[in-house]
Design a protein around this ligand. Sequence first.
Ligand code: SAH
Length: 477
Amino acid sequence: MTRKNSKKNTKPKEWEALPFEKNQDLTVTIDALGSEGEGIAHVDGYTFFVKEALPGDEAVIRVMKLKKNYGYARLMEVLKKSSYRVEPRCEVARQCGGCQLQHLSYDEQLRYKENKVKDCFKRIAHFGEEIDTITEPIIGMETPYHYRNKAQFPVGKGENGQIVTGFYASRSHAIVDCEHCYIQAENNDELLALVKQFITEEGIEPYDEENHTGLVRHILTRIGFVTGEIMVCLVINGTKLPHAEHLVDKLKDIPGMTSIGINCNTEKTNVILGPTCHTLWGQDYITDYIGDIKYQISPLSFFQVNPVQTKKLYETALEYADLTGNEIVWDLYCGIGTISLFLAKQAKQVYGVEIVPEAIADAKNNAKINEIHNAEFFVGAAEEVMPAQYEQSGGSMRADVVVVDPPRKGCDETLLQTVIQMQPKRVVYVSCDPATLARDCRYLCDQGYEMKRIRAVDQFSHSMHVETVVLLSKIHE
Ligand code: SAH
């Protein structure tokens, strides 16, 4: 490692005891990848986090921020490239916050994600080497591009007053114009071009976030990967879209077009969608399939964004649940009932619990259109519904299998307590955050369960996110 002092010595008082200075350039070798996909360099026992750097890179980094034992640095120059470094397909990959890992070869992305999961179990939850034995190979994508079925493009004005659509630059609200996104469905290029044309031709003002003026905020598209059905929905700061018939004329003859509508969001907020939708043409929803289960998806519905990998994720959960047709299954954090319905065909009875009432309405509707009669759904917090139901039953409520698929913060302890009391034979834990997954598995393993199988699924290629399925089973006394 060599050090070079930069021009200015800007060391603030609280940094005086620290071994580095702000704006100091260091030549380092990156030796690991952090949990957010950032490179990590160790210099004299001090840790630097460097965005866009990769393990194996020899690079010049500039110190930006210092804490007691670690700091943040900017990647200035790669002197020698890591053997895992690839040219991102997307020209704006660096500016965009969406893909943190496009510059890392896909095989290495998968290895990184699998290791990240194992590492959480060992480091956070203090499991041992057995984790390596029970971890099955991560399920990657055959073609990790154009996998997303839902896009929400912000609309704004460029420097010359032209309409721009694309994405927000990383950690900002400046819109970077982008006509082709490598992770979105390819149909979006045509849809965006036509909507942009409509906005320009009709002289409609895009929304201005700062002043809360203008009309068109976002263009939402959803695409059924199996059915080919397309939805376009303009999110507007108002209740009426002028010249709507012109927009409909432009879009309606595109093969697969099924739903054209608006969503009204008149609040000054970062939340993209408002509470109400109006259909301008076609149906209020599109239909798609995961496996042989059919789902109706409206602009406001939650639906997994990578349908190809979601199928593999649910198949893994189904395999881990090991159903014979006689089981009672509870699916907690069930969303629109996707996992519940997937399991229902092979179980005796499935109960789903979900906090968002609209999602439960979708779940019930999806059960109906699939003619599934052995799935029942409850609205409420899992950590409230489950203990209440258990108490009401006088402790007799039974589950053979419990599936949980919580948000990033993981399961509430009260819920895990109730699961332990119910003593299901198997718990299938689907997780989008390996750290809270590891914490919750430790809790269950301290109270009568053992880890049997672990498998990561790459649902969000080129991002640092990883989805994991774990099978825990009750230890026989
Ligand atoms: N299993 C579903 C959804 C998983 S996402 C699927 O695969 O599509 C996590 C879900 O948990 C979201 O739908 C969210 O609304 C719900 N949720 C969040 N907190 C909850 C809580 N305390 N109790 C029940 N559901 C909750």
